[in-house]
Design a protein around this ligand. Structure first.
Ligand SMILES: *Cc1c(COP(=O)(O)O)cnc(C)c1O
Length: 380
């Protein structure tokens, strides 16, 4: 364990904010929407004014999330989608965005359904090919959005390569780090401007919180993060005190949960690789995976807890396998301690480009023997 990680895992466990002045070992939840002024009508240093602008639980959480990504500041949102919106909003009217062709479905739909009337346009490219990104750049291109490993095909984008292209043209870069998490990838190490998370997933880890965040580094253009902050506090896209408290509680076990997700995922991927009923395995930890070389270069501590498989046969057969599983729940979302499978074509709906026989798997932290046995009985 590196020195840096040791101190971070300790930081995530302890509560040292002003809300802990009573000496409570578990962080108290501050529900008050407003806070008392001092004799002069002002506020003591660091005191909040009004819950939309700031709240002690949110402040403590933002400090921990910024530290986790080795960033300077973090802004927490009511969902991952609200966090993503704060960046699109910051770009301004008439901007062009480059997106990966394999991407969290909701990110693309946000642009199509909500931002088209703002004149925001996007081009989807295969980001495993840097030349494709260069070709897609226009005069109005303001942002290159990355997601690596991508959803649901676990394509790996060379973050450093993309940043180099973007910097030459003065284009912002953002990385949706929800799947990799800071445990496996640190996008700021490669010069990314903004990191986005759906904290609903691994950071929460228990499928019981909806949330998102944006993290800025020392090098993020100040004006951009200010717009993100404005979207949060003026726009009011803020999480509740309870959700920030619960997420803070989840972070305490982050460094214990993540290695188990990764080691279980490797073993399950290896099991699938040799199973006659499996047509293809998407997992960057496999030496045969097309993204493996770059994943090895930019990921650390393993390759994450997400994988996808193509089941031999048609969609009906794939859904049958999903329904035969007993430990894996057939449900959307990911990143919880419990294992889930998701038929993306069903979840994404009519415009889905996911193969009909693809199952996305969020590998939980149960006993790996149980997980493998469960697929053994479902695949026969
Ligand atoms: C879930 C998810 C989102 C959206 O986050 P919500 O919290 O559901 O709004 C964005 N990106 C990725 C990669 C996700 O998995």
């Amino acid at each position: 364990m590196s020195e840096n990680k040791t101190s971070l895992s300790t930081l995530l466990i302890h509560q040292n904010g002003p809300e802990n002045s009573y000496g409570a070992v578990s962080q108290p939840i501050i529900l008050s929407t407003t806070f008392e002024r001092d004799q002069n009508g002002g506020f003591p240093e660091g005191r909040d004014i009004y819950a939309r602008a700031s709240n002690p639980n949110r402040q403590a959480l933002e400090g921990k999330l910024a530290a986790l990504e080795n960033g300077k500041s973090a802004a927490c949102f009511s969902s991952g989608q609200a966090a993503t919106m704060s960046i699109f909003h910051a770009l301004g009217h008439g901007s062009h965005v480059i997106l990966p062709d394999d991407i969290y479905y909701g990110t693309k739909v946000l642009i199509d359904n909500l931002y088209q009337s703002w004149g925001l346009t996007c081009t989807s490219v295969d980001m495993t090919d840097l030349a494709e990104i260069e070709k897609a750049i226009k005069n109005e291109t303001k942002l290159i959005w990355m997601e690596t490993p991508s959803n649901p095909q676990l394509k790996i984008t060379d973050i450093e390569g993309v940043v180099q292209i973007a910097r030459k043209k003065g284009i912002l870069t953002a990385c949706d780090n929800t799947w990799a998490t800071p445990y496996f990838t640190s996008p700021f190490d490669f010069g990314v401007d903004l990191i986005m998370h759906s904290t609903t997933k691994y950071l929460s880890g228990h499928s019981d919180i909806l949330g998102g965040c944006i993290i800025a580094s020392e090098n993020t253009p100040e004006g951009v993060f200010q717009k993100v902050r404005d979207f949060q506090t003026l726009g009011g896209a803020v999480p509740s005190s309870f959700d920030t408290w619960l997420l803070n509680r989840s972070l305490a076990t982050f460094f214990v949960r993540m290695p188990v997700h990764a080691s279980n995922a490797v073993k399950l991927a290896e099991f699938f690789e040799h199973h006659a009923a499996i047509e293809k395995v998407y997992y960057p930890g496999l030496a045969t995976d097309p993204g493996h070389v770059i994943a090895k270069k930019q990921m650390k501590n393993g390759f994450g807890g997400m994988l996808s498989v193509l089941i031999k046969g048609d969609e009906v057969n794939t859904l049958k396998v999903a329904s035969k599983l007993k430990i894996f729940k057939h449900a959307t979302s990911l990143g919880g301690v419990e294992s889930l499978v998701d038929h993306r074509r069903t979840a994404e709906g009519t415009h889905s480009v996911s193969p009909p026989n693809l199952l996305r798997i969020s590998v939980g932290i149960e006993s790996i023997e149980d997980l493998i046995e469960d697929f053994k009985q479902a695949l026969v």
